[in-house]
Design a protein around this ligand. Structure first.
Ligand SMILES: Cc1cc2nc3c(=O)[nH]c(=O)nc-3n(C[C@H](O)[C@H](O)[C@H](O)COP(=O)(O)OP(=O)(O)OC[C@H]3O[C@@H](n4cnc5c(N)ncnc54)[C@H](O)[C@@H]3O)c2cc1C
Length: 461
């Protein structure tokens, strides 16, 4: 970074400018495990700070990587070209909870679960619930278009953002959307920024939609003798007119891994489980959960457990929440995939994943959000021979199968650094060129999170 840029930014930020090696190391990585040292870490306190940082970065050609909690799994918050990490920690206020219009105005560093707690306190509900919700931020969720367990009924973060304040690479501050449910004034720029992974602007404020907190929730765990039976139960549940708020699954390897770290209550010889939750008015929930249980039994569930109280419900969820740490505790180096297919193709996809595992001699552990067709596939090549080549081949074959089923290679974890060379599986050349053109228009000097989303060699690089 040039001396002039350094002096200007240091004067602007004072003690919120960090360039000691320990600070740079702390902000070099994210949940993907990838890392690259930034030249400095900036913690702006005001929108004016963010504007001036971006103007300065543009003038001197310094890359800027926005950062929330750094929990992203695709390297989005890693600065591969060094430069500045812009961490939004000081933007951590819930500015307004509007109980008349059912919306909240929040700053990006608000932790998702803190927003849940605050709105639930006044009888309202913000449904997006990535499994990282106790540490990931609303800004990171919006920038990634994060999903979560309740997406099956309520959609992803994308569906709950009504408006944004964004600082562009030019330093200009723009406002998209509004507090109105109906609003067709101008292009829908809100949707453009949701899922843009910090490449188009820095989000400094968001208006999010809320709904009344559901009156009741019931949780059920169904144990199956095969993955095939479990995956066939999924479309059947919906065919019966039921829309659970979560419909999660774990395969046998995940069940065994989880049982090593928590007392899940699931038999270790179970081949697959579905964790299903129904919410709504009390009476409808009682009927709904019984109906779900009946459909699971009709699809050869070996056992169906309905949680009788909050304690039992918490126990069922504990296994789901400990999956990441349970898999990490195994002696495998996992590559985590995040594919999605239309719900009716889940059983076909599961069978294809098993075939890929056999063909390329891989440990495979799968879990995820069956209800919305999102499967997290963890791959780890067995043995030492040609590991990198086999992993590459297995991933490509996975994407080929996903694409042939009209699925997506990334469902909720973004593209970042990890998947940028694979986006052509889903995006045709004219569409990719249009996206690169939008990036160029909003960020002509290419300072905002460079090296992400687009394959190497595209014209924004
Ligand atoms: C254990 C675990 C479980 C997870 N479970 C889920 C899950 O169920 N569903 C899911 O979708 N994801 C999940 N994730 C992934 C991750 O938590 C999400 O992608 C989350 O949205 C990232 O938020 P963050 O605050 O950590 O953002 P970061 O990782 O810091 O950043 C993510 C991206 O957002 C950009 N960004 C951050 N803040 C801003 C801003 N203010 N303006 C512009 N760009 C910004 C960054 O540049 C980066 O590209 C999980 C991760 C872990 C570690």
């Amino acid at each position: 970074m040039s001396k002039n840029a350094y002096h200007h930014l240091k004067d602007l930020l004072g003690s919120d400018y960090y360039d000691a090696i320990e600070d740079r190391i702390t902000y070099a990585y994210d949940g993907s495990g990838l890392k690259h040292l930034p030249d400095a870490v900036l913690m702006p306190r005001t929108v004016d700070h963010v504007s001036e940082i971006l103007r300065t970065a543009g003038r001197y050609g310094v890359p800027v990587t926005p950062r929330g909690a750094g929990s992203g799994l695709t390297g989005g918050a890693v600065p591969p070209a060094g430069g500045l990490v812009l961490t939004m920690d000081h933007f951590n206020r819930i500015i307004q909870i509007d109980t008349e219009n059912f919306l909240a105005v929040v700053e990006p560093a608000v932790v998702t679960a803190d927003l849940h707690a605050a709105v639930e306190n006044v009888g309202l509900f913000y449904p997006p619930d990535p499994a990282s919700m106790y540490f990931s931020t609303i800004g990171g969720n919006i920038a990634e278009g994060a999903g979560g367990m309740r997406a099956v009924k309520y959609g992803t973060t994308r569906d709950w953002v009504m408006g944004l304040e964004v600082v562009l690479a030019s330093g200009d501050v723009i406002h998209t959307g509004s507090k109105c449910i109906k609003d067709v004034v101008g292009y829908d720029l809100t949707r453009l920024f949701v899922g843009s992974e910090g490449t188009l602007g820095v989000i400094t404020r968001a208006i999010v939609k809320l709904i009344p907190n559901p009156e009741a929730i019931k949780t059920l765990l169904a144990v199956f003798g095969s993955m095939d039976a479990a995956s066939r139960a999924v479309p059947d549940i919906f065919q019966h007119g039921l829309t659970p708020r979560t419909l999660e699954f774990m395969d046998k390897r995940v069940i065994r891994a989880v049982n090593r770290v928590v007392d899940s209550g699931i038999a270790s010889d179970a081949e697959a489980v579905l964790l299903i939750e129904v919410d709504g008015p009390c009476e409808a929930v009682e009927i709904g959960i019984e109906e779900v249980a009946r459909v699971c039994r009709a699809n050869q569930a070996l056992e169906v457990l309905v949680a009788r109280d909050e304690k039992e419900r918490e126990r069922l969820w504990k296994s789901r929440r400990s999956i990441h740490s349970a898999l990490e505790a195994l002696p495998f180096k996992w590559a985590e995939e995040d594919v999605s297919v239309p719900r009716s193709s889940v059983a076909t996809m599961v069978a294809a994943i098993e075939d890929i595992g056999r063909k390329w001699d891989m440990e495979i552990a799968c879990f995820g959000h069956f209800g919305d067709g999102n499967i997290h596939v963890n791959l780890s090549p067995r043995g030492d021979r040609d590991k990198a080549q086999r992993l590459y081949a297995a991933r490509q074959e996975l994407y080929e199968n996903v694409s042939s089923l009209e699925g997506r290679i990334a469902a909720e974890h973004g593209i970042g650094l990890v998947k940028k060379e694979d986006v052509r599986w889903n995006i045709d050349e004219p569409t990719l060129n249009l996206m690169a053109g939008i990036k160029k228009l909003l960020d002509p000097a290419g300072i905002l999170n460079p090296g992400k989303v687009f394959p190497n060699g595209m014209r924004d690089q």
